[in-house]
Design a protein around this ligand. Structure first.
Ligand SMILES: Nc1nc2c(ncn2[C@@H]2O[C@H](COP(=O)(O)O)[C@@H](O)[C@H]2O)c(=O)[nH]1
Ligand SMILES: [Mg+2]
Length: 180
């Protein structure tokens, strides 16, 4: 095995996106959000578990007044989407008339974001947009308009920087992709 690669459970992963590249992308995203949401006091809604590192690093770089809250959803098993989006921890904030920005680690099929947007819209927010660290456009199965994307990637299974493989890998500073 290449010494730069890592093993998680039964799979080998190789370095893909470095922490420096991730932070550079997030810094640009934070500046864009700061401009678009100046004077709107946005509510960032981070989708746990995967977005915890992205949310923390993004929020540290957003320089306008804002709030953050969390929701926990689950739809992935092993390396694929089940298509069944389970709410593990629900919405605790009143989002009526608020400008909401959903923070996702990765948009793959889009099932998760699609289901969440449907739910959020029933609470009459002033606006809802999605900011994601990663997006796999070729996997999308819903006509989603994801306004803020730090980086698009091909259809590869990735781990690290909050993303896991069956519970492991969330603590990695860089993003790795599976060796096929
Ligand atoms: N560790 C990884 N998790 C992934 C990957 N692609 C998706 N996911 C997880 O699923 C949800 C959303 O998927 P969706 O199909 O509903 O869009 C995402 O938030 C992740 O938690 C991946 O490559 N690696
Ligand atoms: Mg996620």
């Amino acid at each position: 095995m290449d010494p730069r690669n890592i093993q998680l459970h039964d799979c080998e992963f190789r370095p893909y996106i470095s922490e420096e590249e991730i932070i550079a992308r997030i810094t640009m995203l934070a500046e864009q959000l700061g401009q678009d949401y100046a004077h709107k006091k946005p509510l960032f809604l981070a989708v746990l578990n995967g977005s915890f590192m992205f949310a923390a690093d993004l929020l540290k770089r957003v320089s306008i007044p804002c709030e953050i809250s969390f929701i926990r959803l689950s739809s992935y098993q092993d390396m694929s989407s089940t298509g069944n989006v389970k709410e593990v921890l629900g919405l605790t904030e009143d989002i009526h008339s608020r400008h909401v920005v959903v923070l996702e680690d990765i948009v793959d099929t889009g099932h998760t974001v699609h289901a969440l947007l449907q739910q959020l819209k029933t609470h009459s927010p002033a606006s809802v947009e999605v900011a994601t660290l990663l997006m796999k456009p070729e996997c999308l199965q819903h006509p989603l308009d994801v306004k803020y994307v730090a980086q698009t990637i091909p259809n590869d299974f990735v781990v690290g920087y909050g993303l896991d493989y069956n519970g492991l890998g969330r603590n990695l500073r860089d993003i790795y992709k599976i060796v096929s």
